[in-house]
Design a protein around this ligand. Structure first.
Ligand SMILES: Nc1ncnc2c1ncn2[C@@H]1O[C@H](COS(=O)(=O)NC(=O)[C@@H](N)CS)[C@@H](O)[C@H]1O
Length: 438
């Protein structure tokens, strides 16, 4: 992509309404624009990151055996009357009347709708276990939307729903999602810690929140530091095998949100030097809620003995749009964002330090052409800004690799490669740059 033809409205100043660093940097880096309280337009740079995060989530759901579909954002109120949540959900529910005065709502979550889809087709335990998911926009009319995408009103969520014959089966589905979440967040360069949590309006009695440690996080957390060094399962993890050793390993080290924290146990179990009380960002939450929805909505299957029983369910959410902010909270410095390579909007930025100089222009064009031909996502800053402004922009938007092309270096057949994450620099020939990044 040539920057002269891209749409990247970088802001010079810190927007005053931004209270936390990720909100500030997303606005300054031209990644998004607020259209209404808690409602954002995703501009090209931010949208690229959102799609990369979404794709990692999708790949790990698929690896765990979940099946992707897409449910609508709008739902019938009657569906939520069946489960009894229409009134219970309260003012966060955005209620809508259509032209025929039919009562609709903008879905905050999809337990009811997925249960309706399931019960319409699945009648036998032979079709279980089943895990259906989608990646869809949600609306929750938050009293105080704030911190940018961290607590929005319209936000992108991956929500998966599992269906099993009994609790034992449902726990196996739960464990698959637990492992999938460990892998998902690790692939984004995050340490997301699974913590026992309250179940809240979703219901049930078993839930874990996956929390990324960050000073600005809304969740208070208490952990044994050892949890930060546990191994994340590899891509060869056997989802059809026994996952309980992995679950046991990750849940036997103390980690709890403040609302389920047990101070006495923490003091007793965790050596002083290993106790950490800090804050974190909830990037995902998983629930087992048994027959909560299948009872009220009559989602039954015939068991092995031919008798109809309500299925045991679970739901599993990931805050896809929240993750853009969470990653910035975890990966930034004073100069701006430092994208982990797996979610970076571009892998490399070519900075032309003397626009108009034939040798420099030529070398940049060649690098741009050769890297693009090898499938490397490149942003070529071919604008006529002075070098200092180009350095600042590249640091702000957080591209992992910067290729600085200037007349002096070129005279010796070299360009300078700077790694954004640690600031390390290396001089090498353009050909070596292509070999290194391709
Ligand atoms: N207002 C919000 N803005 C941005 N992300 C949010 C918001 N509310 C929730 N999320 C994200 O969405 C994830 C799942 O939301 S949830 O309420 O915990 N779970 C559910 O809705 C279940 N139905 C899971 S399928 C959360 O872990 C969080 O990362």
């Amino acid at each position: 992509m040539r920057l002269s033809r891209f749409f990247l409205p970088i802001l010079k100043e810190n927007p005053k309404e931004a209270e936390i660093v990720s909100h500030r940097l997303m606005l300054r880096a031209g990644m998004m624009r607020q259209e209404a309280a808690g409602i954002y337009a995703w501009l090209p740079l931010g949208f690229r990151v959102l799609k990369k995060i979404e794709q990692i989530v999708r790949e790990e759901q698929d690896r765990a055996g979940a099946l992707e579909l897409l449910m609508p954002t709008l739902q019938l109120a009657d569906l939520w009357r069946e489960s009894g949540r229409y009134d219970a959900y309260g003012p966060e529910m955005l209620r809508i009347l259509d032209r025929h005065k039919r009562e609709l709502l903008y879905g905050p979550t999809n337990e009811e709708m997925i249960t309706e889809i399931f019960r319409s087709y699945v009648k036998s335990y032979k079709n279980l276990p089943l895990n259906l998911y989608h990646i869809q926009w949600k609306f929750r009319d938050e009293q105080r939307p704030r911190f940018g995408v961290m607590r929005g009103r319209e936000f992108l969520m991956k929500d998966a729903y599992s269906f099993d014959l009994d609790e034992a089966g449902a726990r196996r589905s739960y464990n698959k999602m637990f492992v999938a979440y460990l892998r998902t967040f690790a692939r984004m360069g995050l340490k997301a810690i699974p913590m026992r949590a309250e179940t809240g309006p979703i219901g049930g009695d078993l839930s874990h929140e996956f929390i990324v440690l960050a000073e600005t996080g809304e969740s208070g957390v208490y952990i044994n530091r050892d949890v930060l060094d546990l191994p994340v399962p590899g891509e060869d993890v056997d989802y059809d095998g026994d996952l309980t050793p992995i679950i046991k390993q990750w849940t036997s080290v103390y980690a709890a949100t403040e609302d389920v924290h047990e101070a006495a146990r923490f003091e007793q179990e965790v050596p002083e030097a290993k106790r950490l009380n800090t804050r974190g960002i909830e990037v995902g939450q998983i629930f087992y809620f048994g027959t909560k929805y299948s009872d009220t909505m009559k989602a039954m299957v015939a068991g092995p003995d031919g008798v109809d029983v309500p299925i045991h369910g679970g739901s599993y959410g990931v805050g896809v749009s929240r993750l853009v902010g969470a990653i910035i909270e975890a990966c930034h410095d004073d100069a701006g964002i430092m994208w982990p390579e797996a979610v970076a909007p571009f892998r490399a930025a070519i900075l032309n330090l003397k626009q108009g100089d034939a040798a420099v222009d030529g070398a940049c064009e060649q690098l741009y052409r050769e890297l693009s031909a090898k499938g490397v996502d490149v942003l070529y800053d071919d604008t006529d800004q002075r070098a200092g402004a180009k350095f600042a922009a590249a640091d702000l938007i957080g591209i992992p690799w910067q290729i600085l092309v200037g007349p002096k270096g070129l005279a010796e057949g070299k360009v300078e490669v700077k790694r954004r994450s640690d600031g390390s620099r290396e001089n090498m020939s353009p050909a070596d740059v292509v070999a290194k990044l391709a």
